[in-house]
Write a protein that binds this ligand. Sequence first.
Ligand SMILES: Cc1ncc(COP(=O)(O)O)c(C=O)c1O
Length: 429
Amino acid sequence: MITQQDLAFDQQHIWHPYTSMTRPLPVYPVVRAEGCELELASGERLVDGMSSWWAAIHGYNHPRLNAAMKQQIDAMSHVMFGGITHPSAIALCRKLVAMTPAALECVFLADSGSVAVEVAMKMALQYWHARGEPRQRFLTFRHGYHGDTFGAMSVCDPDNSMHSLWKGYVPENLFAPAPTSRFGGEFDERDIAPFARLLAAHRHEIAAIILEPVVQGAGGMRFYHPEWLRRIRKMCDREGILLIADEIATGFGRSGKLFACEHADITPDILCLGKALTGGTMTLSATLTTRRVASTISDGEAGCFMHGPTFMGNPLACAVAAESLAILESGEWRTQVAAIETQLTAQLAPCRESAQVADVRVLGAIGVVETHAPVEMGRLQKFFVEQGVWIRPFGRLIYLMPPYVIATEQLSRLTAAVVKAVNDPSLFR
Ligand SMILES: Cc1ncc(COP(=O)(O)O)c(C=O)c1O
């Protein structure tokens, strides 16, 4: 039960992601989630097009995930990870090591995607420090998104993340223009020149290149040509610079491959995973690296990797993550994601006829409709709820990232709502 007083309290006292305390937008009370539907306090059910920010890939209230958590809770919900290990962490890390490229042998478990990125950046800094050649800069693309903590923010798009607000506090990293060669299109050689120039000019300062492989997510929902990754991998090998792949959004099948790096058949030196790692049930992330990087760090001045949060390797999160990976191991996700891709491609195509729409693109279980004008967030959100769907657009982007288990009719409801929305000019600024 949620009362009007509860909602008033929420508006007065509770900060939601990226919201104002003086001009709060309405929030919708969800009391239950089942399969691919969210149930509101009013009893209405919404088809979920977001997978709770791309994490709930198997849908909600999944019996296998629930059972894994219940079993773990009866044994222990948490125990410290310093000087202690436990079966769930070992089971999970075994699976992670087995399903990622062979060179990625060493796993660091952390609390959230942003922290996995902090850990990856720290690994790169410590690696160079241990080599007696400290390097402190990162090279990345514009339109990237890597999280909201300060290190992660320093490699997010400088405009989207308002670097001007944090000037002097957030490290100044190097930003190349975002790739323009699109996924599925021709690779334009000219695309890479500014990136290569920036790399050449700063080659002795750069600790690592960090990027979201193939899909730039929250920074613009852009899909770029995998050739970019092959070229960058080669540049990194030539210069000895580390490559960090942030697969927090793309990992575990979202782009049609288990990991987006597979589109280019490359292995990063450091890989960040999160979001769908626990099937969207609990917060957990992992940063994997090679034996070479791990040994270099470990043999450096600190004698260890300098990170160790209180809830590192939380057993409950590890147990459910191991079970989520076991579900993926059946391989069913491949057919599910391919079917979603086909359906999104067909059913979002009519959006192209709307004057509001600048672009429509689909990759794996990601469908994006980019509009010319920014959406009227409050109004569009209400419109979608009235259509019986949960879709959370941002800026000029209306996108769908449903759970992989979504039924054809449920996905049709989502796409129909998007098509209807882009034909209503009152929903755009
Ligand atoms: C690519 C990428 N990296 C990092 C993050 C940050 O993850 P979290 O929100 O769990 O801190 C996100 C979140 O959207 C992301 O998409």
